[in-house]
Design a protein around this ligand. Structure first.
Ligand code: MCA
Ligand code: AMP
Length: 526
């Protein structure tokens, strides 16, 4: 068996092997090579050491997408730190909660966020650094910031040692909300990242010859631990875009080989006349995940381009679990394929945990080297999500067909996935329910032409009150990131409940299923 290696070590080896090769191709025509990135990694590593980061310390990152942000990720691992990537859409309240829970040693934020997020007054534990989109800010030596500025250790301000992490050492903590409404940190180990990346490189035949269109955010598993890690480990290049823009992606298709995206990417691309077999001539693979891709869109994309989108299934807690085949079998629309090598999946009865025969729908469970170490400082919560034999209970509902392909048919967890971003209704309901004009609320997801699903709040006014929808939305706006805001509010006299008193969300979803069906992409409900 090959000795254990880490993402940061493989990256360092790739930078030695192909120093002049472009890792990042940027929209302004500039490129950043492997050697240049390695140099930035060493400089940031030195800075983080000077800030007092020791192995196991968390380094929080809430910055716009830039090559330096990837270097910050690699620098953190290089010195044994644990990366805590934060969504740039988070409000101050959401950010403060995560920072308070994970207790990072260093918080690197965009310069423009600094006034709202200067935690230095809260004690001398946290060092705040800034990093802007052009690499500006204190992290790369712009002054201010850490306590030890100007006294960088290592090789003249360059850190030359690589931390030797073991497979079970934590590499990253990613916060996911949950049915309790409180975000919790999923601890991913070096072993999780490397094993999953290797399995994907093999499954999707990803090599140094690939040129990826990278239009995802880098604070989730999809954009960072799938797309970036695969590119670094393979020694490939990426067209590194600040976000998804259909026109820009179409412009790049003739230069690229692979696109990884959420279903919204593909529905938006299908709206472009320039999406043709000719524009896709150099492409060899389109991957979709993070949310269900409608079979209809899969078929439409194949008809327009000749490419069958490869759909795969993953989760923050597990990385990637299953994938449709690259070759050796059909990519079946509406399915997420078979387990990756080394990963086991099964479908069980929720209550008893009994494995169900193929064809029957139950809870999807996963076991393998990809499955996380647990929730940060929540041992009981962690234990409750695992079976005694080590399978992790995903909360997704699915069944396996006669060829062994898994289909996801629903969720046992109360979750809305909007444009590939998870929204937990509980977080919104808690805010609405404390509003003086609200008796109670139920937040649901309904079909949306652009985002797949979108958030709707169904509200019972307090007796004698007649709240306005915009007043309720204002109450949510200050607390929650924009993508979590309800796109429509509907008032009802009472919520439908079953005999046990539980709110019947399925009935509400049926009732409001058509709210956005004829609405244009991105628009609010009529
Ligand atoms: C932006 N907005 C959204 C979303 N994104 N609202 C709801 N859901 C969203 N996903 C808001 C904006 O703040 C804006 O608000 C308005 O909607 C319109 O924005 P627009 O310009 O259309 O959005 P965009 O910037 O084009 O972004 C849409 C997007 C993006 C491209 C779909 O959300 C995205 O990149 N999603 C991918 C997320 C992802 O990486 N998921 C993977 C996590 P206003 O104009 O009113 O201010 S899951 C994962 O990692 C697991 C492991 C897995 O399996 O992959
Ligand atoms: P997250 O917690 O953000 O990592 O989101 C993980 C969830 O996204 C999973 O539990 C699924 O519910 C959903 N998901 C990911 N990939 C797919 C897919 N290909 N089809 C359907 N749902 C998916």
């Amino acid at each position: 068996m090959a000795p254990f290696t880490t993402i940061h070590r493989v990256f360092a080896e790739q930078a030695e092997r192909r120093p002049g090769k472009a890792l990042f191709e940027l929209p302004d025509g500039r490129s950043v090579t492997y050697a240049e990135t390695a140099e930035t990694v060493r400089r940031i590593a030195a800075r983080l050491l000077a800030d007092g980061v020791t192995p196991g310390d968390r380094v929080a990152m809430q910055v716009e997408k830039s090559p330096e942000a990837v270097a910050l990720y690699l620098a953190t691992l290089r010195i044994g730190g644990v990366l805590l990537p934060l969504n740039t859409a988070y409000t101050a309240a959401e950010t403060d909660y995560v920072i308070g829970d994970a207790r990072p040693r260093v918080f690197v934020c965009s310069p423009e966020r600094l006034p709202g997020h200067d935690h230095r007054g809260e004690g001398d534990e946290l060092v705040v650094e800034t990093l802007g989109v052009s690499g500006d800010g204190t992290l790369l030596g712009g002054g201010g910031g850490g306590p030890a500025s100007g006294t960088l250790p290592g090789d003249g301000g360059h850190h030359s040692e690589l931390h030797d992490a073991g497979p079970d050492d934590p590499a990253s903590i990613l916060y996911t909300s949950g049915t309790t409404g409180r975000p919790k940190g999923a601890v991913l180990t070096h072993g999780n990242l490397v094993s999953n990346c290797r399995a994907l490189l093999d499954a999707w035949r990803y090599t140094a010859d690939d040129r990826l269109i990278h239009a995802l955010p880098i604070f989730h598993v999809h954009g960072l631990f799938v797309a970036v890690n695969m590119t670094l480990m393979a020694g490939a290049s990426m067209y590194y875009l600040p976000g998804f823009d259909a026109g820009t992606v179409i412009d790049l298709l003739p230069e690229a080989t692979v696109l990884m995206g959420v279903p919204t990417f593909y529905t938006r691309l299908l709206g472009e006349d320039r999406l043709t077999p000719e524009s896709c001539a150099s492409m060899r693979l389109f991957v979709s995940g993070s949310a269900p891709l409608l079979a209809r869109d899969h078929q439409a994309f194949e008809a327009r381009t000749g490419h069958a989108i490869l759909e795969r299934y993953g989760m923050t807690e597990t990385g990637m679990n299953t994938t449709n085949p690259y070759d050796g079998g059909p990519r079946k629309p509406g399915t997420v394929g078979k387990p990756l090598p080394g990963v086991e999946t099964r479908v069980t009865d929720r209550e008893s945990g009994r494995a169900l025969p193929d064809g029957e729908t139950g809870i999807i469970e996963v076991r393998g080297p990809n499955v996380f170490a647990g929730y940060w400082q929540l041992p009981e919560k962690t234990a409750s999500e695992f079976r005694a034999d080590g399978f992790f209970v995903t909360g997704d509902l699915g069944h396996v067909d006669e060829d062994g392909y898994l289909s996801i048919v629903g969720r046992d967890k109360d979750l809305v996935i909007s444009g590939g971003l998870n929204v937990y209704p509980k977080e919104i309901e808690q805010l609405l329910d404390v509003h003086p004009e609200v008796l109670e609320s139920a937040v649901i997801g309904v079909p949306h032409p652009d985002f797949g699903e979108t958030v709707v709040a169904v509200v019972v006014p307090a007796p004698g009150s007649a709240p306005r929808a915009d007043a309720l939305l204002d109450a949510v706006a200050g607390e929650l990131a924009r993508y979590k805001h309800p796109r429509a509010v509907r008032f009802v006299e009472a919520l439908p409940r079953n005999v046990m008193g539980k709110v019947q969300k399925a009935e509400l979803r049926r009732c409001y299923a058509d709210l956005f069906v004829d609405a244009g992409a991105g628009s609010d409900a009529p």
